[in-house]
Write a protein that binds this ligand. Structure first.
Ligand code: DC
Length: 234
C-alpha cells in the first residue's frame, strides 16, 4: 500500500450508501472515516433539545449565539463502529431519528452553522488520511481532495433502503412517509443557498441503484489505486 495519504470525499444524496462506501474504504485503507452528516444532526439535536426548532421556524439567534458551545467528537465503540458525541454525551441513537434528520436538513441551510462545521471538518482532514462523506465535501470542505466520489440512486430505492434500516432498528415508519422525507430533503439539499449539494466537476459519479456494496467498494478501491499510483509516478 502507498505511504502517501490522501483525502477522499464521498458526496451524494441522502440514503444512497455514502457511509457504507466511505466506511469500507476507510477500513481497507486504514484511514479515518468521518460522517459529516452526523455533525449536522448533532447540531439539530442540540437545537431540538433547547426548543429552538419548531415546525415552522428555527430560533436562529439563539443557535447563532450558542453554536460555539457545540462540541462534536467521534469515538469507536467495542464493536468497531463509530459513534457521535455531543458535548461528551453519546448521541448516536438520538441523531438517527427522522426528527433529527429533518432538523439537520434545516440547520444545514444556515451559513453560520456550515461555517462552524466546515472549519472543524477541515481541521480533521489536515493530516490527510481521511474519508469524509456528506454533501459539500468535494466542493467546499476538501476542494483539493485527490479522490472525489459522487453517489446517486433513485429516490424510491433510497427510501426503501432507509425504510429497511429503520425497520431493522425496531421503528415502524411508513414507506410513503420515508419516500416523502427523502424527496423533501433532496429538494432542500439541492436548492439551498449555502453550499447546495452538487457534484464537483472532478468527482467520479456512480449510480448505485443496481450495484451491490462489494462491487462499489472494488470500484472505489480501483479508483484510489489508479490515483495514488499515478501520483507516485509523478
Ligand atoms: O447524510 P445525512 O442524512 O446524515 O445528513 C443529514 C443532513 O445534513 C442532510 O439533510 C444534509 C445535511 N448535510 C449537509 O448539508 N452537508 C454535509 N456535508 C452533510 C450533511
Amino acid at each position: 500500500m502507498q505511504d502517501k495519504k490522501i483525502n477522499i470525499a464521498v458526496d451524494g444524496f441522502s440514503s444512497c450508501g455514502k457511509s457504507t462506501i466511505a466506511k469500507g474504504l476507510a477500513k481497507q485503507l486504514l484511514y479515518t472515516y468521518i460522517d459529516s452528516g452526523a455533525m449536522y444532526r448533532a447540531v439539530a439535536l442540540f437545537a431540538i433539545r433547547n426548543g429552538w426548532i419548531s415546525d415552522s421556524e428555527i430560533n436562529e439567534e439563539q443557535l447563532r449565539q450558542h453554536v460555539a458551545d457545540i462540541r462534536i467528537t467521534f469515538k469507536t465503540n467495542q464493536q468497531g463502529e463509530q459513534e457521535t458525541y455531543l458535548n461528551g454525551e453519546n448521541v448516536e441513537n438520538d441523531i438517527r431519528t427522522l426528527e433529527a434528520a429533518n432538523g439537520a436538513s434545516r440547520v444545514s441551510t444556515l451559513g453560520f452553522v456550515r461555517k462552524a462545521l466546515v472549519e472543524q471538518q477541515q481541521l480533521m482532514g489536515k493530516e490527510k488520511g481521511v474519508v469524509m462523506d456528506g454533501r459539500d465535501i468535494g466542493t467546499v470542505v476538501f476542494p483539493e481532495a485527490e479522490l472525489k466520489l459522487f453517489l446517486t440512486a433513485s429516490p424510491e430505492i433510497r427510501a426503501q433502503r432507509r425504510f429497511d434500516e429503520m425497520k431493522a432498528k425496531g421503528e415502524k415508519p411508513s414507506l410513503e412517509d420515508v419516500l416523502a422525507n427523502v424527496k423533501e430533503r433532496d429538494l432542500r439539499d439541492t436548492t439551498r443557498e449555502e453550499s447546495p449539494l452538487r457534484k464537483a466537476d472532478d468527482a467520479l459519479e456512480l449510480d448505485n441503484s443496481a450495484i451491490g456494496i462489494e462491487e462499489q467498494l472494488q470500484w472505489a478501491i480501483g479508483m484510489f489505486n489508479k490515483i495514488t499510483t499515478k501520483d507516485e509516478q509523478n
